[in-house]
Design a protein. Structure first.
Length: 470
């Protein structure tokens, strides 16, 4: 146990923020303990987020392809069916292998792992109710809060994880619902809606705001919405849910225009509530030690990830910034570097965002809307995948690359890609932004043929000059 001997670093939470911070701290020679209540490492992301959703997105995509596209490629089956239990167990296996992998990394790096719920007793002491029913106190010179986030509930909508589910329930349904209603058109709702839509559900997405994925470049968003509609996803935008009735067999939702007006009823077998996530600090004892939070409940930190209480730091979903796993990881590394007396830095403007539907949508930097608002004079270069040879060769050519660059200097300000594997393609753009590259830098960089990445090069050419293939 760590009861008596003091740690250099104690990390509260073993998600992508916390476990990465713990490993990095140990690598820097700091004596480190990580406390996690879940029983497995990897946090929301690995257990009920990024990883299981990507497993199901891939499996459901394979089924959908087999059913609707294979024949076009000359691959014929007499029958294709969904074996949902097998699909779920593939997902579960991926998750459990990866969570155990992190435990292995903890051992390798000599991170002490305490399974249990931690709460502050003082700024340097955490009391832990361990999962085996005991209690212990863990002391640390520095404590990093990495407790992440939780599903945001909607007033009047009670999640039972059966008929009314959060993303966690939507990752583990025991049958394909005939009608699925998704409340909230953020990336989680669209990804889970895609999974069940491909497996046969009729999917309707209800969104209060006028647009899906509000952070997206509006031109790309329009294309994206049209693509999802072609996949039979229905959208009811500017619409709010004002009532839920689960007394019958399914669910009856009462809807109303966001601005008020006539009500309507929408029926569903399953309703997914994906209206955002909120920082998770319940039972942590933040008031006891006086850690400041903002109106949204997020912990306030400075550029070193230090809270107002000396020796107490916070990273990941529990602080402001994009609620993404890779952002949490960057926070974790930088925070520990500061604790170790080095310099750390995370630029939230360079954090890529990806929606893992098919096609995917990935972006980094500014949207055109943001540039317009800020009055920057810019140029736009676009290249459609319909003119990309690889995309045509594999008959998967829906999408576009859009590059925004400063008109004077040609410096790249934002890149938005909708395409298969856009989440992989985006990284040359992230690197370009990070290095302050111009669109000409990308255009004059040799790209392998035939690849989807050539569309990035051609969009770069289109930004300051002319593309070749269109
Ligand atoms: P978390 O991952 O939430 O980890 C916090 C951990 O702290 C939890 O395991 C919790 O049990 C533990 N904890 C909390 N309080 C205590 C306590 N008092 N004592 C001990 N332990 C405690 N992001 C992406 O970048 N890409 C994606 O594709 C993606 N897909 C997602 C899909 C879904 C369905 C969801 C829900 C999220 C997705 N996310 C994705 C978001 C991503 O999961 C989060 O941004 C990320 O997990 C945040 O990491 P974190 O370490 O800050 O917090």
């Amino acid at each position: 146990s760590t009861g008596s001997d003091e740690n250099d670093v104690v990390v509260l939470g073993g998600g992508p923020g916390g476990y990465v911070a713990a490993i990095k701290a140990a690598q820097l020679g700091l004596k480190t303990t990580c406390i996690e209540k879940r029983g497995t490492l990897g946090g929301t992301c690995l257990n009920v987020g990024c990883i299981p959703s990507k497993a199901l997105l891939h499996s459901s995509h394979m089924y959908h392809e087999a059913k609707h596209s294979f024949a076009n490629h000359g691959v014929k089956f007499s029958q294709v069916e969904v074996d949902l239990p097998a699909m779920m167990s593939q997902k579960d296996k991926a998750v459990s292998n990866l969570t155990r992998g992190i435990e292995g990394l903890f051992k390798k790096n000599k991170v002490n792992y305490v399974k249990g719920f931690g709460k502050f007793v003082s700024p340097s002491e955490v009391a832990v109710d361990t999962l085996d029913g005991a209690s212990t106190t863990v002391k640390g010179k520095n404590i990093i809060i990495a407790t992440g986030s939780d599903v945001k509930s909607l007033p009047g909508v009670t999640i039972d994880e059966k008929k009314i589910v959060s993303s966690t329930g939507a990752l583990a349904l025991s049958e394909v619902p005939k009608k699925l209603v998704v409340i909230g058109a953020g990336y989680i709702g669209l990804e889970m809606g895609s999974v069940w839509g491909r497996l046969g559900s009729e999917v309707t997405v209800v969104e209060f705001a006028p647009d899906i994925v509000p952070s997206m470049d509006s031109e790309v968003r329009k294309l994206f919405q049209r693509t999802l509609e072609k996949q039979k996803m229905k959208f009811m935008l500017k619409t709010k849910v004002v009532g839920v009735d689960t007394s019958g067999e399914g669910v009856k939702l009462t809807l109303e225009p966001a601005a008020g007006g006539e009500q309507s009823i929408l029926e569903a077998d399953v309703v997914l509530v994906s209206a955002g996530r909120v920082p998770y600090t319940a039972g942590l004892g933040l008031d006891k030690i006086g850690v400041q939070t903002d109106k949204a409940g997020r912990i306030t930190v400075d550029h070193r990830f230090a809270t107002n209480v000396p020796g107490v730091f916070a990273i990941g979903d529990v602080i402001p910034g994009p609620m993404l796993a890779h952002k949490a990881e960057e926070d974790g590394v930088a925070c520990v570097e500061f604790i170790a007396g080095k310099e750390g830095h995370v630029d939230y403007d360079m954090v890529p965002g990806v929606v893992y539907t098919h096609p995917e949508v990935a972006s980094v930097g500014k949207t055109e809307d943001q540039l317009k608002t800020s009055g920057v004079v810019y140029r736009v270069g676009k290249f459609p995948f319909l003119a990309n040879s690889r995309a045509k060769a594999i008959d998967d050519a829906e999408g576009v690359v859009k590059i925004l660059a400063d008109k004077e200097s040609d410096k790249i300000l934002g890149v938005h890609i909708m395409s298969p594997n856009a989440g992989e393609l985006i990284h040359e753009a992230v690197l370009a932004l990070q290095y302050g590259a111009s669109s000409e830098d990308i255009a004059r960089t040799c790209h392998a043929h035939p690849t989807m990445s050539e569309a990035v090069k051609e969009a770069a050419m289109a930004t300051y000059d002319k593309p070749i293939h269109i």
